[in-house]
Design a protein around this ligand. Structure first.
Ligand code: CU
Length: 578
């Protein structure tokens, strides 16, 4: 009897193994199409397989994911980053161009292939300069057979929130980082979207509880989100399950994810609005007539009216700092390695406005940083070889690493680390200045973990993580404008372990992308393979301005040049008239 029972059970258990470790394949042909998501302006957008919005990637924890990308854009390079995925053992699949790969040239093909070993709500987007706001951005969901909250809800719904520009990113970027914009004013979006549209109707059944997986896939604007007449219970942030916490309004920065439970009313007497409201504090100037909100509805009865949302008197969002991870991971209370990053915005001698960590604005190296790791042997542990403008930090394995970020800027910035979720051990209020351990107070015993966190204006944050994931990981602001203006650091984690994982294992199509783009694949940041400390010929930022030259000076300079041209034009016109 025992034998026959085990014979019977064996196929079931092996079947379960197969089910839980499937290979999921997506074939993505990336190309231009047209869309008019706010009903105001039809424009080219970057779609996949002729469709926009692009598909949601959906896998189950443990699956192998294969994404075959064909770049059919014709006029732009591309790449894909899978935001929040740890990419353990597969840093070469992480996506940022000139960091872990070469950009995929027009006509090129490139396969991302990695194991997804973490549940939760993520997203994927292009990681070449400023491209994803043109449309190449979508949700990425990892289902969890062992979801600790699974008994708390009946259904789940994915909602993306985003901002939308009518102009295209290459044009906007050319203006944003230029002498014509010396104050670094970010372009203001024309609209807010939910699921890349407006006036979304979400069908709701009375009495059921819904898990809303919400993702901000926007370029710039954080959004306040609330459901009229309903309370939210936060149960996940950035792939980290949390103890349920009640919230009436959340503040979701670009790139953050929040899963919330919403329990429906018991009757279908009315429908209810939900709102995403872009944070106008981020905008230097709010254009007249801007509708910074997007509205959707929880629809109990399609025959009833869709009510206009009520005005909100004040934005009082839930504070994510107090969230507690379900796994109860304790504070890393002994720090082995501290990285201090002082953030500022300033002008360089081309007159444009840039963003800096420790007075250095990020510029791509000539050789993708990962390929420098893989081609420099024992020298890969020497930070100097990674260049003068990459804000590089080399980490040893299995250390507790602390990032202290001081925001010497009056703007809000959402910071993202690739390859890890970090403990957020301290976050100041606005205007607190630089971090001071003596006055910061106690750290939480079980800190919130996430992969994207807001630092307040002129405030500071302290993050901790364990360097247990060899790879080249960017740490950057997730406002896409600030990536373009250089608010990026490069973490090179356990470079010798990266070598033992990946030496000789970079796939042929990845190498071909470099060949197609004439990008060197060996040597230091300058492509020097002989003297690794010789960085001559490397990519550098513009130079610094003479002491005392201010942004206002540049504005004055720009206007005097403009008025000189205007004067000459008037003289020419007058001369021609006579
Ligand atoms: Cu920023």
């Amino acid at each position: 009897m025992a034998i026959s029972l085990s014979n019977f059970l064996l196929p079931i258990s092996s079947l379960l193994t197969i089910v839980r470790c499937a290979t999921v394949t997506y074939d993505f042909d990336v190309s231009w199409t047209y869309a008019n998501p706010d009903g105001l302006y039809n424009r080219p957008v970057i779609g996949i397989n002729g469709q926009w919005p692009i598909p949601t990637i959906r896998v189950t924890k443990g699956d192998q994911l294969v994404v075959n990308v064909k770049n059919s854009l014709g006029n732009e390079t591309t790449s894909l980053h899978f935001h929040g995925l740890y990419m353990n053992g597969s840093t070469h699949m992480d996506g940022p161009d000139q960091v872990t790969q070469c950009a995929i040239q027009p006509g090129g093909s490139f396969t991302y292939n990695f194991t997804v070993d973490q549940p939760g709500t993520y997203w994927y987007h292009s990681h070449v300069r400023g491209q994803y706001p043109d449309g190449l951005r979508g949700a990425f969901i990892v289902d969890d057979p062992d979801d600790p909250h699974k008994d708390l809800y009946d259904e789940e719904i994915v909602l993306t929130f985003s901002d939308w520009y009518h102009d295209m990113m290459p044009n906007l970027l050319a203006f944003f980082v230029s002498v014509a914009n010396p104050s670094g004013a970010e372009p203001v979006p024309q609209s807010a979207l939910v699921n890349e549209t407006q006036n979304l109707q979400v069908k709701i059944e009375p009495g059921k509880t819904y898990k809303f997986r919400m993702v901000n896939i926007g370029a710039f604007a954080a959004q306040y989100v609330w459901f009229e007449g309903h309370t939210m219970r936060v149960i996940e942030v950035d792939g980290v399950y949390t103890e349920p916490a009640e919230a009436s309004m959340i503040y979701m920065t670009a790139a953050q994810r929040w899963s919330v439970l919403v329990t429906a009313k018991n009757s279908s007497d009315a429908n209810f609005a939900f709102v995403g409201a872009m944070d106008q504090d981020l905008f230097d100037v709010v254009p007249e007539g801007l509708n910074s909100n997007v509205t959707g509805w929880l629809v109990y009865d399609e025959g009833k009216e869709m009510p206009t949302p009520q005005e909100v008197e004040a934005f009082e969002p839930f504070d994510d700092f107090g969230l507690v991870p379900v796994d109860g991971e304790e504070l890393y209370d002994h720090v082995d390695h501290t990285i201090q990053l002082d953030l500022k915005m300033d002008n360089l001698d081309d007159g444009a406005n840039y963003a800096f960590f420790n007075d250095i604005t990020y510029v791509h190296p000539k050789v993708p940083t990962l390929y420098t790791v893989l081609s420099t042997g024992e020298n890969a542990t020497n930070p100097a070889i990674y260049g003068s403008n990459t804000n590089q930090f080399v980490l040893e394995a299995n250390q507790v690493v602390e990032i202290i970020l001081n925001n010497d800027d009056p703007g809000k910035h959402p910071f993202h680390l690739h390859g890890h979720a970090f403990q957020v051990v301290s976050r100041s209020e606005d205007e607190a200045g630089f971090y001071d351990a003596a006055t910061a107070g106690d750290f939480p015993q079980r800190p919130m973990r996430r992969d994207t966190v807001l630092v307040h204006p002129n405030g500071n944050i302290v993050l901790r993580f364990r360097s247990d994931n060899p790879g080249v990981w960017l740490f950057h602001c997730h406002i896409e404008w600030h990536v373009a203006s250089g608010l990026v650091a490069t973490i090179i984690e356990s470079p010798l372990d990266i070598q033992s994982q990946l030496q000789g294992k970079i796939p042929q199509d990845h190498l071909q992308a470099c060949k197609d783009g004439n990008v060197p694949m060996e040597g230091n940041a300058a492509g020097n393979t002989v003297d690794l400390e010789d960085l001559s010929g490397e990519n550098r930022s513009p130079g610094t301005l003479p002491e005392g030259f201010t942004a206002r000076g540049i504005v004055a300079l720009v206007f005097s040049i403009l008025s000189a041209f205007l004067g000459m034009a008037v003289i020419a016109w007058y001369g021609l008239k006579i």
